[in-house]
Design a protein around this ligand. Structure first.
Ligand SMILES: Nc1nc2c(ncn2[C@@H]2O[C@H](COP(=O)(O)OP(=O)(O)OP(=O)(O)O)[C@@H](O)[C@H]2O)c(=O)[nH]1
Ligand SMILES: [Mg+2]
Length: 424
């Protein structure tokens, strides 16, 4: 599962990436600063509290254990990510790619190489510049944009990206179209969606995605009698439907800290997936947190100054600017957006496989070491396969860690479930 950060050059994609992953990458105020994609994990707060809270209560009631109050009372041992105050952080892969310029689908800029960087993404976050600081190619404009200019430029960015993606997919579909047309004639819809899947498998298109894309297309274009005569407009309709299903796009309205008055409200009212963001602010807060100047919980709308650290006047001033910004913007938007993409759009839940159903530990006694991010509706046996193929092959039964009930292979898990798997 991965989310791609896309958009024209110089909008703050790498800043978004660095703030979310804390991986240092090149950031600069000129286009094409990033060429090769950056790949890394962001850790996102799970929606349900970590089961280590429930476990702790139980252990305390039993009066058996001396439990530490470090980490806000969390007693789990995450193998990846972290947990603080029973708030578990789960990994989500992000890809920060080179900026996209008009004409990329015809090979401009990084062209097709760029597009293939996106191939395996399940969803895209398009980072746009809501402050109008850059032109469509990412060059700094050097002038202070008006509200109208900023809105116009932001909407042009959104339109141009979907246009490029559509054109790219159209190219792939058109190439070999006579074969596709023949398959509609000979095998009907089934054969045709298979053709699409074969053409687009490199982009991560599944049967289901092709089927859904085709269904949506067919609602707008019912006539299937002579597909070899379909005009480019009709094929574009198909390409666009595929793009919508293959790459759901969310908009990060970045540089919100510099947006002229009224721009954010307007964009929010016309773009359904729009979230105002300030990647630069998030990056500064995370770095200040890491250096011990503040305590900042990613996604929060405030932070606290640390009493321990001595600060210079300049540092204090910098932090008060940041405080004003996060208060005004009500958070930096990054975690809010990632949460929405991961849990709402991609419908992921978090489940905790364990080996000991009462202690919720693995074989080495680690408490709740793994928090798996999986598709909602996943069944017990599928979870076993996620842990290890042997565990899936030899699946006998599961035990729900909370209720201690035995569950079968097709038992559907819920967000925050603990599952013990018995296997041959
Ligand atoms: N004011 C403000 N500036 C930002 C924000 N995010 C990024 N920037 C600045 O925007 C410029 C470009 O940032 P990058 O992250 O390198 O942009 P990019 O989209 O990765 O650019 P390319 O790799 O060239 O495509 C840098 O000068 C950043 O400091 C923000 O939230 N607010
Ligand atoms: Mg970059």
């Amino acid at each position: 599962m991965r989310i791609g950060l896309v958009g024209k050059p110089n909008v703050g994609k790498s800043t978004f990436f660095a703030a979310s992953t804390l991986i240092p990458v090149d950031i600069a105020n000129y286009p094409f600063c990033t060429i090769e994609p950056n790949v890394g994990f962001s850790f996102i707060p799970s929606r349900q509290p970590c089961p280590c809270g429930t476990l702790r209560e139980r252990l305390e009631e039993d009066g058996r254990a001396q439990l530490s109050d470090d980490r806000g009372g969390s007693i789990c041992a995450p193998r990846t990510g972290s947990c603080e105050g029973h708030q578990r952080y789960v990994p989500c892969m992000l890809v920060d790619v080179a900026g996209l310029v008009p004409g990329a689908s015809q090979g401009r800029g990084r062209g097709n190489a760029f597009l293939s960087d996106l191939a395996e993404c399940d969803a895209l976050i398009q980072v746009i510049d809501v402050a109008g600081t850059t032109d469509i190619e990412g060059n700094p404009t050097g002038i202070k944009a008006t509200k109208e200019q900023a809105i116009e430029q932001a909407l042009a960015e959104v339109e141009f990206l979907t246009g490029e993606l559509d054109a790219w997919i159209l190219g792939l579909v058109k190439d070999g179209w006579s074969r596709g047309a023949r398959r509609i004639q000979a095998e009907g819809v089934k054969g045709f969606t298979q053709f699409l899947q074969e053409r687009l498998s490199g982009l991560g298109a599944t049967d289901q995605i092709c089927q859904r894309s085709f269904d949506a297309f067919a609602q707008q274009h019912q006539d299937m009698t002579s597909p070899w005569d379909w005009s480019d407009d009709v094929l574009m309709l198909l390409a666009s439907s595929i793009r919508k299903h293959l790459f759901p796009i969310f908009i990060a309205g970045n540089k919100a800290d510099l947006a002229p008055e009224g721009v954010l409200e307007h964009l929010q009212s016309v773009l359904p997936t729009f979230t105002p963001c300030s990647a630069e602010t998030e990056l500064a807060l995370r770095q200040a947190g890491k250096a011990g100047f503040i305590t900042y919980v990613a996604g929060d709308t405030t932070f606290n100054l640390s009493e321990k650290q001595q600060m210079s006047e300049a540092q204090q001033k910098g932090l008060s600017v940041l405080a004003e910004r996060v208060e005004k913007l009500r958070g930096t938007g990054l975690i809010k957006l990632l949460d929405q993409v991961l849990f709402d759009e991609l419908q992921r839940i978090v489940v905790y496989p364990v080996q000991d159903e009462s202690q919720w530990t693995d074989g080495d006694g680690n408490v709740l070491p793994d928090a798996l991010v999986v598709q909602d509706g996943i069944q017990a046996k599928q979870v076993a396969y996620k842990v290890h193929s042997d565990l899936g092959d030899g699946f006998i039964k599961g035990v729900d860690g909370r209720t201690r009930r035995i569950v079968g292979a097709d038992h559907e898990l819920s967000d925050g479930d603990v599952l013990r798997i018995h296997s041959k």
